[in-house]
Write a protein that binds this ligand. Sequence first.
Ligand SMILES: Nc1ncnc2c1ncn2[C@@H]1O[C@H](COP(=O)(O)OP(=O)(O)OP(=O)(O)O)[C@@H](O)[C@H]1O
Ligand SMILES: C[C@H](N)[C@H](N)CCCCCC(=O)O
Ligand SMILES: [Mg+2]
Length: 216
Amino acid sequence: MDKTTSLKNENSGQKTIFITGIGTEVGKTVCSAILTKYFNAEYWKPVQSGDLDFSDSMKIQSWAGKNTVCHAETYRLKLAASPHHSAKEEGITINLNNFTLPETSAHLIVEGAGGLMVPLNDEDFIIDLIQKLNIPAALVVKNYLGCINHTLLSIKALEQRKISLKYIILNGNFPTDTERIILKNIQPQTTIVRIPHLEKITTENIETASKQLAIL
Ligand SMILES: Nc1ncnc2c1ncn2[C@@H]1O[C@H](COP(=O)(O)OP(=O)(O)OP(=O)(O)O)[C@@H](O)[C@H]1O
Ligand SMILES: C[C@H](N)[C@H](N)CCCCCC(=O)O
Ligand SMILES: [Mg+2]
């Protein structure tokens, strides 16, 4: 049986989900926009490194709707690089204790930077931030040669930390055998979410994709 299920069939309580990925540029922001729209959620990017004039929060407001509540980033760093490096360039050290989940009764989509082992400083990684926030994760996977290895390592890392993998998000199209081997390695409680490749990232296409999620 296809393990894909409608997200709305899940419990209807408040959801807070950390969107991570198997690396940088895999579509975390595109998928976050679709999920933000789908859940009518608020959005938070704890660390923005680079692109401050078109940040991920700004993309979410442009794609999911300008009324989408985006909570202020804890760190806004100029250099488009790994956060530990971007912070060092500005003479600061990212401190895990400075991150607190925004208070809200709405659903909340939290987007990381890059993948799980992206360093925030010399000791802490994105995976430590997820553990500190104590929220379930969604893993965005994009197809490229090497994605199987990156995906299975990410799943193992989450399992090792006992972080719940709530969603595996297959972003775009996958060869059958790539998809099969990835899905063979997830736990039954992980819901599969398929996001189509969009011709163009526009508000309309994001909205259409969010509507299609309900009929998965
Ligand atoms: N489903 C999709 N359809 C079409 N283009 C996509 C899709 N997902 C991602 N892209 C494109 O891939 C690129 C990277 O996407 P995105 O910015 O969402 O990645 P990211 O994982 O959030 O990156 P970062 O680590 O910088 O936050 C963008 O140019 C985006 O438009
Ligand atoms: C700058 C970029 N867009 C991301 N926000 C940060 C990606 C860090 C990747 C670090 C790494 O895995 O080597
Ligand atoms: Mg992003």
